[in-house]
Design a protein around this ligand. Structure first.
Ligand code: PMP
Length: 309
């Protein structure tokens, strides 16, 4: 498989050629998952000759929240991180849809082996890649309920994007893949619907969009929050409340949302087809979402940062 690698990466405090962006094998994060990250998308609009990054301020504010859990010293402010993002995209001359991955991590400490993160210095990197669909967007996605439970917030903070916690996501995704499903839905320890392996979830019942609350161990997703607002603006009723597993089987429609997945309609849950295969609400939300992120809705342009002058 041919992978096209970007030219430049940001490491520590400067841009370096991709080949020179290396970290030592003693890096604490590599052994213990002591890193936090963000995932942003940039959308190319060919007509406007512009690349728009979706809600970077919100992503970097959440990154600043995430570092608090692991005592990572993130030395760049939100504005500085936005500037690094702009510079990174320009240096790589991207004129396509991109995925941007900042990572703040525990580097090498005085003891190398050990769990005391209080004395381990922090480091930072950011790269961007040309990126397309993460999951199919056309409506054929078949998902399962995972036998793995979503890590409870009292184990690893769910509202942080903490690298180590993604082992939980990988277990669920691997189980889904090995069983022939496209992705998985996590339940919380007490059996409520939480989210997908690495994305939030909405169900639609009788025209109302419903999504689990933040206290059901979800990541506080930026796309989820955006869609709640867009739905309200469109006059579509929304509810944020606990969802039971059985409710998945009687939903009219379901979809995943998040930066990576964008807005992916779900056709089947645990091999049961959804009730309304025409997916009217999901399709409306999907249409709005893609128009917004590509800079085609004036009303939401303040969510976007244009890269090229
Ligand atoms: N939940 C998890 C576990 C995630 O990793 C993500 C991000 N991919 C989301 C939800 C969606 O969050 P956002 O809309 O901020 O990308």
């Amino acid at each position: 498989m041919e992978i096209s690698l970007p030219k430049f990466c940001f490491l520590e405090d400067k841009f370096v050629p991709w080949e020179d962006a290396k970290v030592p094998v003693s890096t604490h994060a590599l052994h213990y998952g002591t890193a936090v990250f963000a995932g942003l998308r940039g959308y190319w609009n060919g007509k406007q000759n512009q690349l728009y990054v979706f809600r970077p301020r919100d992503h970097f504010e959440r990154l600043h929240d995430s570092v608090r859990f692991l005592l990572i010293d993130l030395k760049f402010s939100v504005d500085e991180l936005i500037n690094i993002t702009k510079e990174l995209i320009k240096k790589n001359e991207f004129k396509c849809d991109v995925y941007i991955r900042p990572l703040a991590f525990k580097a090498t400490g005085p003891k190398i082996v050990g769990m005391d993160i209080t004395k381990i210095p922090s480091s930072f990197l950011m790269f961007a890649l040309e990126f397309g669909e993460y999951l199919p967007l056309g409506g054929g996605l078949s998902v399962c309920t995972s036998t793995w439970r979503r890590i409870p917030d009292v184990g690893i903070p769910a509202r942080g994007k903490i690298s180590g916690a993604y082992v939980n996501s990988c277990l669920a995704k691997a189980e889904a893949t090995l069983s022939g499903f496209g992705d998985a839905i996590f339940l919380t320890e007490d059996g409520h619907v939480s989210e997908g392996s690495a994305m939030n979830l909405f169900i639609v019942r009788k025209g109302t969009l419903i999504t689990p609350p933040v206290y059901d161990d979800i990541l506080e997703g930026i796309v989820r929050r955006s869609l709640l607002q867009v739905a309200a603006d469109l006059g579509i009723p929304t509810e944020v409340r606990p969802i039971q597993r059985s409710e998945l089987y009687v939903s009219d429609e379901l979809f995943f949302c998040g930066t990576g997945v964008q807005l992916a309609p779900i056709a089947k849950v645990d091999n049961r087809p959804i009730k309304d295969a025409t997916m009217p609400v999901t399709k409306k939300m999907q249409e709005e979402f893609f128009a917004i992120v590509r800079g085609e809705r004036e009303k939401y342009k303040h969510w976007l940062i244009p890269i090229y002058e």
